[in-house]
Design a protein around this ligand. Sequence first.
Ligand SMILES: Nc1ncnc2c1ncn2[C@@H]1O[C@H](COP(=O)(O)OP(=O)(O)OP(=O)(O)O)[C@@H](O)[C@H]1O
Length: 226
Amino acid sequence: MTTLLQTVDLTKVYGREPNLVKALDGVTLEVREGEFVAIVGSSGSGKSTLLHMLGGLDRATSGQVIVGGKSLFEMNDDELTIFRRRKIGFVFQQYNLVPILNVYENIVLPIELDGNVIDKTYVEHIVKTLGLATKLNSLPSQLSGGQQQRVAIARALATKPSIILADEPTGNLDSKTSQEVIGLLKVTSKQFNQTIVMITHSEEIAQLADSVIRIGDGKIVGGTTS
Ligand SMILES: Nc1ncnc2c1ncn2[C@@H]1O[C@H](COP(=O)(O)OP(=O)(O)OP(=O)(O)O)[C@@H](O)[C@H]1O
């Protein structure tokens, strides 16, 4: 499999002396196309910072993020916005659904924001796979946490991104629902040939990934490939 996502000596420093925090300290990693990678590490180890860099949500202090052969930090802000919208699907712990839109409207929102025509067959397929077919007219507030996260996943998949970046996607869910949601994420990513990078605190959830990257104090401290 080819490398899709890569960081080279990635460093991110927040603040200034004497309150300087080195959130990432020389992170070099590679993620292959179609791979499902879990990033684990204790609180404050730099996981979210890394994910934000991978998705072009923030710029590094030094080093590189290369996606599909393109260096993110060489893009200007407009290019970066388009890159994010077309290539990346984000899933966050706090589902971030729009409360006044129903499930269907939430799912297709990113397609509409990008000015694209909705591929109805594809959206129907995602909706069915994620078990949301009977909930399309519901508002997020009428759904359980697991259902809301499934909507957030459907929304992330809607634009057919090549990469899904998930920050503690099961952080608000019980263990059984977490396993189900990650199982669905795996199924959809295999079906649509997507690459997943997921942050988790849970070793149990991390074991569901193809490989695990361990991060501590902004550095990679270990990893496994199954
Ligand atoms: N915007 C910011 N300004 C200053 N320091 C920051 C900022 N964002 C993160 N940090 C610091 O950078 C370090 C890494 O934070 P990060 O959020 O990446 O950790 P994390 O591993 O995701 O933690 P958690 O598991 O608690 O979410 C921490 O020391 C944090 O306090």
